[in-house]
Design a binder for this molecule. Structure first.
Ligand SMILES: Nc1ncnc2c1ncn2[C@@H]1O[C@H](COP(=O)(O)OP(=O)(O)OP(=O)(O)O)[C@@H](O)[C@H]1O
Ligand SMILES: [Mg+2]
Length: 495
C-alpha cells in the first residue's frame, strides 16, 4: 500500500518542552487516519510541521515516497496539503468567492494580457460546493456565516488548491450534532474523490464512525496504529493515557439543599422569553438545547454580561441586579465562558496569574500576596487536571488548546463561588482530564456550591446533572429529572 504521506522520527522542542520525540505517522492513499492523544501530546504541533508552520529539529517527511522539505505554509498548499483549523483564517469582510481564490485568482489571456477570469472562478466554486453537497451564496460576506459554514468554506478553499491531503484539527469541537452530521457527509464525499485525510478529535465515538485507522500519540512519542475495526475505545484510552480509565463519570448521589437561585419570567428581546427556573445548593443542573436556543444568552444575563428587559433574578431569596460581571462575581456567581479567548483568560499572562486572577483579594494577606499558598493552589490544580506545560510560569499562548481550556476551568474552580455557571466546560479536553473535571465538580457541590452546566455533549449532561432544563427558541421547553432523562427525551424537547 502506498503512503501518500510519511513522517519518520520527528523531533520538535520548544523552550522547556519536548513537544515531539521521535513521532512517526503513515497516511495511506484515500484513507481517513485519526490521530488521538491527550491534551498537549503534540497532535497540533505535528500537523503544523506537516504544513510548514514549524520546522522540525530533526526527522524526515516523505510525500508519495519522495523526501520533501516544507519551509512555509504556502509550500504546503503548492504540494496539495491543506489544513483546517478550528478557528478559521477567512476574511469576514470579503465574499465567499473572494475568500476562495484570495491570492490565487484564475486568469485568462486576451490580446496577450492576463485578466482575472471571474466566470471560471465562479464555475469552479459552484462545482466544488456541489461536490461538498453545500448550498451557499457565493456573493455573501463570510462574516455573516456561523462556524459550521465557515468550516465548509475553508474546506472548499483547500479544494480550489486541488488539495490531495486534508488535515482537520478538532473540526467538530464547536459544532452541534446536526452540523457534525453534515460535516461527516462532506468528508465522505471528499474521500470518494480520492483525498486522504488526517482527523484529530477528542471525541472517540467520531473516530469509530469515520476513520479507517487511528494513530495514538503520547507525550510526543508514537504509541500505536490500528484499524478502527480492530480496537475499542477502552483500548484507545489506555494507549492515550498509559493506563485504564475506570469510571468516566463520577457523579455521586447528593441531597440538594436550600434554593439558592431563582429566576422569574426573564425576558430579553427575541433571545430569552419568559424564563423561570430554580437552582438549589448542591445541585448540578444541566442546560441543554440546540446551538442558538438561548443557553449562552441566559448564562450571560445571569452573570451580568448582558441585561434582561424584564424579570427577576433572586439570590437566596433576595432580588439582585447584576449590572456587570464584576458585580456578579461579588455576589458569588462565576461564569466559565464557552469562548475562553473572548472572556476569561489573558493569553499573554502565565498559568499561575490566570488561575488566581479572580481570588487576588483572598490571596492578599497582611504581608502582601501569600505566595506559598498561591503556589500550592496552582500546583494542586495543575496536577489534578494534568495541565501540560514547562512550568506554571508558562504563558497561555504557548499551551495547547485543551490545556488552555483546563486553565479556564481551574480559574473558576479556584474561586469556589456560590453559583458556578459552566458553558461547555470540557470542549476540546481529553478524556482523562474530562473525568477529572467531573470529579472536581462533584466535590464542589458537596461543599454546597450550585452548578448550572451548559453542554452540547449529551452523555456529559446526562451523566452529571441532577436535573436538566431543555431550551428551545429562547424558552425553557421542558424539565427532566435525572431518572427520567434520556438522549431521546432531550432531543424531542429541543427540536
Ligand atoms: N509555540 C509554542 N511554544 C511553546 N510551547 C508550545 C508551543 N506550541 C506548543 N507547545 C507545547 O507543545 C506541546 C504539544 O502541544 P500541541 O498543541 O501539539 O498539543 P495537542 O496534542 O494538539 O493538544 P490539544 O489536544 O490540547 O490540542 C504542549 O506541551 C504545548 O504546551
Ligand atoms: Mg491541538
Amino acid at each position: 500500500m502506498t503512503n501518500v504521506l510519511e513522517l519518520r522520527n520527528i523531533v520538535k522542542t520548544f523552550p522547556g518542552v519536548k513537544a515531539l520525540d521521535g513521532m512517526k505517522l503513515e497516511l495511506r492513499k484515500g484513507e481517513l487516519l485519526a490521530v488521538c492523544g491527550e491534551n498537549g501530546a503534540g497532535k497540533s504541533t505535528l500537523m503544523k510541521i506537516v504544513t510548514g508552520v514549524y520546522k522540525p529539529d530533526s526527522g524526515e517527511m516523505l510525500l508519495n515516497g519522495e523526501p520533501i522539505h516544507i519551509k512555509h505554509p504556502s509550500d504546503a498548499y503548492g504540494k496539495g496539503i491543506a489544513i483546517i483549523y478550528q478557528e478559521t483564517s477567512l476574511f469576514p469582510e470579503l465574499t465567499v468567492l473572494e475568500n476562495l481564490f484570495m491570492g490565487h485568482e484564475a486568469t485568462k489571456r486576451k490580446f496577450g494580457l492576463s485578466f482575472i477570469d471571474h466566470e471560471k472562478m465562479r464555475q469552479t466554486a459552484l462545482d466544488i460546493f456541489g461536490k461538498l453537497g453545500v448550498e451557499i451564496d457565493l456573493d455573501g460576506k463570510v462574516g455573516k456565516f456561523g462556524v459550521a459554514t465557515k468550516q465548509m468554506i475553508e474546506i472548499a478553499k483547500a479544494l480550489t488548491y486541488d488539495a490531495k491531503i486534508l488535515i482537520l484539527d478538532e473540526p467538530t469541537a464547536s459544532l452541534t450534532s446536526r452540523e457534525v452530521t453534515a460535516l461527516f457527509d462532506t468528508i465522505k464525499r471528499i474521500k470518494a474523490e480520492g483525498v486522504s485525510m488526517v482527523y484529530i478529535s477528542h471525541r472517540l465515538e467520531e473516530i469509530f464512525l469515520i476513520a479507517n485507522r487511528v494513530t495514538v500519540i503520547r507525550d510526543g512519542g508514537y504509541v500505536a496504529t490500528a484499524d478502527t475495526k480492530d480496537v475499542d475505545s477502552k483500548q484507545l484510552v489506555s494507549w492515550m493515557i498509559g493506563r485504564e480509565l475506570s469510571d468516566l463519570y463520577s457523579k455521586t448521589a447528593i441531597k440538594p439543599g436550600a434554593e439558592v437561585l431563582s429566576v422569574e419570567n426573564l425576558n430579553q428581546g427575541e433571545t430569552l422569553r419568559d424564563i423561570s427556573f430554580t437552582l438549589r445548593k448542591g445541585e448540578i443542573v444541566g442546560l441543554s438545547g440546540l446551538a442558538g436556543s438561548g443557553r449562552t444568552e441566559l448564562a450571560h444575563a445571569l452573570c451580568g454580561l448582558s441585561e434582561a428587559d424584564s424579570g427577576a433574578i433572586r439570590l437566596e431569596g433576595r432580588e439582585i441586579a447584576v449590572g456587570n460581571y464584576h458585580e456578579a462575581i461579588r455576589q458569588g456567581i462565576v461564569y466559565v465562558s464557552e469562548d475562553r479567548k473572548a472572556n476569561g483568560l489573558i493569553t499573554q499572562m502565565t498559568i499561575r496569574e490566570n488561575m488566581t486572577l479572580s481570588i487576588l483579594d483572598k490571596l492578599s494577606g497582611w504581608t502582601g500576596i501569600r505566595f506559598k499558598w498561591e503556589g500550592e493552589l496552582v500546583e494542586a490544580y495543575t496536577g489534578r487536571l494534568k495541565i501540560k506545560a514547562a512550568s506554571s510560569a508558562t504563558v497561555l499562548n504557548n499551551l495547547s488548546g485543551g490545556n488552555q481550556q483546563k486553565v479556564s476551568v481551574a480559574k473558576a474552580l479556584v474561586a469556589e463561588p456560590r453559583i458556578l455557571i459552566l458553558d461547555e466546560p470540557t470542549r476540546g479536553v481529553d478524556v482523562g482530564a474530562k473525568s477529572e473535571i467531573h470529579k472536581i465538580i462533584d466535590e464542589l457541590v458537596h461543599r454546597d456550591l450550585a452548578i448550572l452546566m451548559i453542554s452540547s455533549d449529551l452523555p456529559e449532561i446526562l451523566g452529571m446533572s441532577d436535573r436538566i432544563y431543555v431550551m428551545k427558541e429562547g424558552r425553557i421547553a421542558g424539565e427532566l429529572s435525572r431518572e427520567e432523562a434520556s438522549q431521546e427525551k432531550i432531543l424531542t424537547l429541543a427540536l
